[in-house]
Design a protein around this ligand. Structure first.
Ligand code: SF4
Length: 283
């Protein structure tokens, strides 16, 4: 049985970019065979520019894989046999019921379908993993830092083993930023879909002020998703359309949100979300 190959799961944010550059300099070993970036096609332009730059610094290839545009998939409505509409793709929206109760959708599918699945598909191909293989053929490096240990999860595939080199090195996010600076590299962006409800207020502010076109894209996406789901409420609707979806935890339309504070409620909800995130999304 050949030795497992090492692959980096590249989110293209601060931590996984630092990890890839550390590997390139031989500060973490062995040298990975490749990095894989699972593209939702909805990252901000700054992330794609960063990725273009990053792959030129690395001695191993970066494969960009995709399951399509996540925003399009989440706006695509399907119909059950009894005429109820639903969407197979769910983003971690915050929700407001008709009686004003705030919540969040119970289950999101975006990370699994648009990050993990395309990533595993490429990893299988690179590692020549056989159908039903139970022995480890891939060591998957994940860019989770010490301040995000709650995101660590074992691989759901028997043929893949997760490794968290930044945690082995006891590096936190600010250590990554310091390492980048010390080595003369530019500051990486935060990678995530432009409309991701996981954004803290500071990221919403940054997007609004530094990438207004991307912020506008998030506003338009929120309006479109609310329009699609509002129509369903007037007809027979499935359960996940019972409330109005919002991108911001305050359940206020994005273009009217006061981003100056972080509320306790939002922090609690985000803590729950982060625990599910497995470090695949850079939020
Ligand atoms: S960044 Fe957010 S919206 Fe995009 S796939 Fe990850 S959790 Fe879903």
């Amino acid at each position: 049985m050949p030795d497992p190959i090492h692959l980096i799961s590249l989110g293209a944010g601060v931590q996984s970019s630092t990890l890839a550059l550390m590997a390139a300099k031989g500060e973490v070993g062995p040298m990975p065979k490749a990095a894989i970036f699972a593209d939702t096609q909805d990252e901000a332009a700054s992330v794609y520019h960063w990725l273009d730059w990053l792959e030129k610094q690395l001695p191993f290839p970066v494969y960009r894989v995709t399951a399509g545009r996540l925003s399009d998939a989440s706006l695509k409505m399907r119909v059950t046999k009894d005429g109820r509409k639903f969407s197979r793709t769910n983003i971690p929206f915050f929700t407001k019921s008709a009686t004003g109760e705030l919540g969040k959708i119970p289950h999101r599918s975006c990370t699994s379908d648009f990050k993990l699945k395309p990533l595993f598909k490429k990893a299988r191909e690179l590692g020549q993993i056989k159908r039903g293989q139970k022995t480890v053929g891939i060591i998957q490096w994940i860019g989770i830092s010490l301040d995000e240990v709650q995101r660590m999860k074992h691989s759901r595939e028997k043929w893949a083993e997760n490794r968290w080199p930044l945690i082995e090195l006891e590096m936190r996010r600010h250590d990554c930023l310091q390492w980048m600076e010390k080595n003369g590299y530019p500051k990486p962006p935060r990678s995530a879909c432009v409309y991701c409800p996981f954004h803290h207020n500071s990221e919403w502010r940054r997007l609004r002020d530094e990438e207004p076109e991307e912020f506008e894209r998030a506003i338009q996406f929120e309006r479109a998703i609310q329009f699609e789901r509002a129509i369903q409420k007037n007809k027979a609707s499935s359960e996940n359309f019972a409330s109005t979806p919002f991108l911001h935890r305050s359940c206020v339309p994005l273009d009217q949100v006061d981003f100056s504070t972080d509320t306790e409620r939002g922090q609690t909800l985000l803590a729950g979300f982060n625990a599910e995130c497995e470090g695949m999304c850079g939020v």
